[in-house]
Every structure is written in structure tokens, then in C-alpha cells.
Design a protein around this ligand. Sequence first.
Ligand code: GRF
Length: 221
Amino acid sequence: MSAGTPRRRVAVLISGRGSNMTSLLAATKDPAFPAEISLVLSNRPEAPGLATAREHGVNTVAIDHKQHMSREDFERAMQEVLEAHRVELICLAGFMRILTPWFVERWTGRMINIHPALLPLYKGLHTHERALADGVKLHGASVHFVVPGMDEGPIIAQAAVSVLDGDTPDTLGQRVLAQEHVIYPLALGLLASGRIAIEGARVRVSGEAAQTTALVAPQLA
Ligand code: GRF
């Protein structure tokens, strides 16, 4: 990013521990990163990630969804806060509320999510358990644009990990999480620097290296 170019203003929406939020915060510490975290917003006032964000000096707001009559009422409250903070891009990072088309459509092309599976496989919850039950040899994580359908939307970045014989949902989930922390800052950086074009279901990245790699599992010692 050239000196003087304003960084895109990002809100990270969380419901829990916020380890992905922390990876985004770490990336934005680099002044050359094209985005800054202007706000961390949670629907759960007790979310541990809020305290972490405050330790980093980031503005935090909690909007308890239980205090709102309807989903839309809750989302209108979020929208007001996002506008007040002049937010341009949203990163969902373990945000455990289903968003209505009313909200999603306001943020089309400007809201992304991280999901702990290689989409379009394993949408929804308990992705690591389901991958193990199916016996897949590769599993992973995806960052994608948010559209009204849950865990749908054009995929920006993915990382795959090998599934090991001794894996439990926990051990597999830990290796996937480590990769989430790599691809979320990568995807936000691409979006914030304007290097992404959505073409139908596909995301094209300008300047993408013409290099192909394959991850093969199992890999024997
Ligand atoms: C991550 O596994 C993410 O993929 C999913 O929710 C979890 C959030 O974890 N959407 P954290 O709060 O970022 O640590």
C-alpha cells in the first residue's frame, strides 16, 4: 500500500473467544496492511474476545441479541453501530447468529466469513466430527463472501490439512484453526486492496501466481 492511502475500515463480528479476530488484529499492526480494525462487535456481552480486543486498544460494542424483539430489530441496532463507526468491510469470525437477507444484502461483496471446512463440504456445525466420520483424508478451512444461504457464497481462500489416523475432532480442529489464522488475514488483505473480482460463483484474484501445488495425504514419514 502506498503511503497516504487510507486503510479500509473493518468491523469484526464475534460471539466467542475471537482467535481469528486476534489474527486479523495482528495482521493490521503492519502499517502496509490495507485495512484496520475499527470495531469489534459481539452479540454476546460476555464473549472473551471483547476483552482481548480492548487490550489491543480497539473499540468494542456488545449488542445482546436477547434484548431485541426480532432478528431484524437486532440487525438494525448493529447496522446503526456499524454506520456510526463508518465501517466499510465486515469480517464474521465465529459470529453465531444467522443473518437475515435484509442485513446480508446491505453488505453484499463487503462481508466475509471464515468456516472450518473445505466448502462446499460440511456447511453448518460440527465440521471436524463430520469430516472424521466420513473418513476424508483432507480437511481444512475456507474464507468466503456472505450471501443469504448459510456458508454459501464465492470462496476467496482455502487451506487444506491432512487428516491423521489418530485425529480426534479436537486435534484436527486445532490444525485447521492454525490455518484459519493464515487465510483470514490473507483474504481480508486481498479484499481490502481491491484485488478481488467476483465472477458468478468464482472469485478471481488479480496478480495470482500461476503456480500449482498439490497436497497429498497420507504422507509417510
Ligand atoms: C472458527 O473455527 C471459525 O472457523 C468458526 O468459528 C470458530 C471461531 O473461533 N466460524 P474463534 O472465536 O475465531 O477462535
